[in-house]
Write a protein that binds this ligand. Structure first.
Ligand SMILES: [Zn+2]
Ligand SMILES: [Zn+2]
Length: 253
């Protein structure tokens, strides 16, 4: 069963249709039409097995094989159940209600006890396992209970600072981009990740900013940026000034 990341975050109550084998409701698995009796097989006396003794020059050999008359069942049904044609089981579709817990992970296996196929010879039914697949989200990337995504901002927003609307799984929050933000900086928004599966609370959402360089500039923008470059003397405001010292050394060698 494939669900969305939003569904995985909230958890899901759903009715699903499952094809499986069930004990025949008409004969309750007895294989005989209700009101009719099955009788003990005269061939094997109800054991379902026939013992055959053969005499050979080397002595007597006994072999045991399933009874042919009753096909190893021990009982003979004269009037087979009309519903299941004497099989005791019917194939049908059941509507099963499943509860997917919030925070379910991709590839999880959900066990529904007693909703599998009926056992052989009227044995108890097995369990149903629902494999949960969580679809990739177009924006959010999930790591455990944390979510991340990349958010493009302009170099002006990064330089001067800004408040932007950051999408979350449940809506949006205001995110303050401080003046002088570098590309690749990650901002943590607490509690906006996925719910923890085994304990209370939620993971975090990390918004990683990517500074976008404009590809096209209007003449006015070009003029202002040129003026900016003249004022700043093409200076790069790097935190690690030592890096440019090292670059100079490499070039001058
Ligand atoms: Zn039946
Ligand atoms: Zn028999």
């Amino acid at each position: 069963m494939n669900i969305t990341l939003e569904e995985a975050a909230l958890g899901l109550d759903k009715d699903i249709e499952v094809p499986h084998k069930k004990t025949c409701p008409n004969c309750q698995g007895s294989k005989a039409e209700p009101g009719t009796d099955s009788r003990t097989c005269p061939e094997c006396g109800g054991s379902g097995q026939v013992r055959q003794v053969s005499n050979t020059p080397l002595g007597q050999f006994a072999t045991v094989r399933p009874c042919r008359t009753c096909r190893g069942e021990g009982q003979i049904i004269d009037t087979p159940c009309k519903e299941c044609h004497g099989k005791g089981i019917v194939k049908n579709k059941s509507i099963i209600h499943i509860k997917i817990p919030p925070g379910v992970e991709d590839g999880s296996r959900l066990r529904v006890p007693g909703e599998g196929d009926v056992g052989t010879r009227g044995g108890p039914p097995g369990d149903l396992y629902v494999m949960i697949g969580v679809k990739q989200h177009q924006l959010f990337h999930r790591e455990g209970s944390d979510l991340t995504y990349n958010m493009p901002i302009s170099f002006v927003q990064a330089s001067l600072g800004d408040t932007v609307e950051a999408p979350t799984l449940t809506g949006a929050v205001d995110l303050k981009i401080p003046a002088g933000t570098q590309t690749g900086t990650s901002f943590r928004i607490r509690g906006e990740g996925m719910p923890h599966l085994r304990w209370n609370g939620k993971g975090n959402l990390y918004v990683k900013v990517k500074i976008v360089t404009p590809k096209k500039l209007s003449p006015k923008q070009k003029e202002l940026l040129t003026e900016f470059a003249e004022i700043s003397g093409q200076e790069i405001y790097a935190e690690d000034k030592g890096f440019f010292e090292k670059v100079k050394e490499v070039i001058n060698h």
